[in-house]
Ligand binder design. Structure first.
Ligand code: ADP
Ligand code: MG
Length: 403
């Protein structure tokens, strides 16, 4: 029945799973619910009588929210990335039970007993092992796919395998152009409109630095990266994380993933600082978020250096001081990306709840200003941002002035 592409609905998704898999009994009653909250794909959660369950993620050519067209090949990239990541970092992504290229579906492990990390950070939950886990994921999934480690023929074939033009085009526009050149979908509080024009649109200096970062994103096929690694793509439970939604994966700069993580840790921190009541009641969160930002940067740097020292195979990478140079340039790009991701989430159309859900416009405007100011400094001073405390120093100075 499902050998040629057609878009599923809840009823069909049950028939689909019955046809393709034998995890549910013939007479077993099973239920399906579309649980997707993203704006791109359809996610069906399918549960049997004994509560065994799977997730079916389907990519349709028409986007879930806007109805615009997008190549279904993105789900192949997502599946192949998940399968590779499971090999490189076992247990850190949902298990892929089945990938169906005809139907553009992935049937995967149901992670409903985990929480989406962003939802927990809005409530100031702390996760003690997060910096350890995420830096493991970053190092284990990206560095082994680089020229430093892989045979050059294999690496180039992988670049081909993971070429992802339409998804990259989305990032190139939403992250690297629209927030800086101005765009009709950009939106900030009324009182910050002029501020954003002055700080971003008419600042040629920042535009030039963003252009440099954009050209590196477009041309530096360094490693297979996730491409959209924000806290909404992280399922978390106690001391385990699982990374989902790798449809933006492609061969790009490693620092892009690292910077995305750092940026998304600043959003709940900014929220905490502007909401006075929250600040009084959540001192433990402030301690944890500061420690975590610092550790994500520092541990990533240290683990990367160790990994390269131990695993470098390419001839010229054996040269003295190569590893340090290689990691330094990743850290610089990470700092630039931290700034880019903060700005695009504040100014651009894809908002984050941490700031978007602040009801009082005056308070929200303050959060926007802190965000844009630190982000600009991260971009302009990216070469000097090598340790976690450098990020916190910039943050503290801006917050001191704004609050
Ligand atoms: P999109 O690509 O459309 O953004 P995501 O992969 O981000 O979709 O998933 C959207 C939502 O669907 C997630 O936030 C989560 O609530 C749910 N979801 C996705 N994958 C799983 C999974 N493996 N287990 C449980 N829920 C999932
Ligand atoms: Mg997605």
């Amino acid at each position: 029945m499902f050998s040629k592409y057609r878009k599923l609905n809840e009823t069909d998704s049950i028939k689909y799973v019955r046809e393709k898999m034998d995890i549910f009994g013939i007479d077993e009653e099973i239920k399906s619910e579309e649980v997707g909250n993203g704006n791109i794909n359809y996610i069906y959660r399918i549960v049997g009588e004994d509560r065994s369950s799977v997730i079916v993620k389907q990519a349709d050519k028409k986007l879930r929210s806007s109805g615009r067209d997008l190549d279904r090949d993105r789900i192949r990239i997502e599946a192949e990335t998940l399968i590779l990541e499971e090999k490189l970092a076992p247990g850190m992504v949902p298990k892929v039970y089945f990938y169906d290229s005809d139907m553009s579906c992935i049937v995967m492990e149901d992670l409903s007993d985990y929480e989406i990390m962003r939802d927990t950070l809005v409530n100031y939950n702390v996760w003690e092992r997060f910096s350890e886990n995420i830096t493991d994921f970053l190092v284990k999934t990206t560095l082994p796919t680089t020229d430093v480690v892989l045979d050059q023929m294999e690496k180039k074939n992988r670049v081909k395998q993971f070429i992802n033009p339409e998804m990259c085009d989305i990032s190139e526009k939403l992250v690297f152009s629209q927030p800086f050149k101005g765009h009709k979908e950009n939106k900030v509080t009324l009182e910050n409109q002029k501020f954003v024009e002055d700080m971003l649109y008419s600042d040629e200096n920042v535009n030039l630095e963003v252009a440099k970062l954009k050209y590196e994103f477009m041309t530096n096929a360094q490693a297979l990266i996730h491409g959209d690694l924000h806290t909404g793509s992280i399922f978390i439970k106690e001391d385990i994380i699982k990374i989902i939604d790798s449809e933006f994966a492609f061969y790009g700069p490693i620092g892009y993933d690292v910077g995305n993580i750092i940026a998304n840790l600043f959003f709940p921190y900014i929220r905490l600082m502007v909401l006075k009541e929250d600040y009084k009641n959540n001192k433990d969160f402030e301690l944890w978020i500061r420690k975590t930002i610092e550790e994500v940067v520092d541990k990533f740097q240290e683990k990367s250096l160790d990994y390269i020292e131990e695993n470098k195979k390419e001839k010229m990478s054996q040269t003295e001081n190569f590893s340090k140079w290689y990691v330094d340039q990743i850290m610089t790009y990470a700092a630039g990306t931290t700034g880019l991701e903060i700005i695009r989430r504040i100014v651009g159309s894809a908002k984050v709840d941490d700031v978007e859900s602040i009801k009082n416009d005056e308070v929200k405007a303050k959060a926007e200003r802190i965000a844009v100011k630190i982000a600009k400094k991260f971009i302009l001073n990216r070469q000097e941002l090598s340790r976690g405390k450098d990020y916190l120093n910039i943050f503290d100075k801006v917050v001191d002035k704004e609050l």
